[in-house]
Every structure is written in C-alpha cells, then in structure tokens.
Write a protein that binds this ligand. Sequence first.
Ligand code: ZN
Length: 143
Amino acid sequence: MSTAPCPMCDRWKVDADLRIAEFEHSYLTLNRDQFFPGYCLLHTRQHQTELFHLERLVRQELMEEVSQVAAALSACFQPDKLNYELLGNMVPHIHWHLVPRFSSEPLWPRPIWAEPHQELLLAPEEYRHRCDTIRLTLQDLTR
Ligand SMILES: [Zn+2]
C-alpha cells in the first residue's frame, strides 16, 4: 500500500456535491465530467488495488453493489449498453467507471478513452438533480 495521498480515499469527503449513495462496501459518486450522461464512479471503502485482494464475501457483495448501480443507471438513462471499466493505472484504488453508452455517440462503439473529448460540467442544481434521480432509482430497485 502506498503512503502517497489517494484521491479515491478522499473522494467521498472532498466531492460532496457528487455523492449519490453509500453501500456496505463502496461509495457511488457522479463523475464531474458529464460528457457521457450518467457517468458514475463506484469505489471501495477499503483502499485496495485489486479485486483478488478482497475477501471473497466482500468481493461477492461488492459485485452485487456494482450490478445494482448498473441496473439503476440503465433504468435512468436507457442506454444501449452499460460500460464497466476497472483500470486503476492512474489511481490504484479499486473503482469502476460505470458509463451509460449510446450508439448515437461519436465515440461509439469504442471505449470512452479512445479519444479526448470536451469536458461537460453541469450547474450545481443539475448535479444535484442528476444525483437525486440516480439515488431514487436505486432506492426503488432495491426496496
Ligand atoms: Zn485509496
């Protein structure tokens, strides 16, 4: 484990306006750049770098959390496909990029990283509305 500051460990505290939901093993936040509408980050509560470092039960429950979020994003944004990206090359703390994807995008069907795009930042009330919408859908689906 590195002693350098980890932006993912601080994310829930620092990016309070992007908070969507807390799970037993993870936190869900909206990505600041909303070029891909509904793009979220799900990161583990524990600072770990690899899935295989987690205890089996934690890993299984975490995958359930990932799946619940994907189902909620799918219901909210009705994409053609959900993308799940778990890389960790830049920030080695387990986190998924959960991205609703549409066949109408210029980048389709390539990964979101295939070429640079103009960042799309929202107004504060738009962030709040988007986070609320995803949170309420999650609550509906997991009730
Ligand atoms: Zn971390």
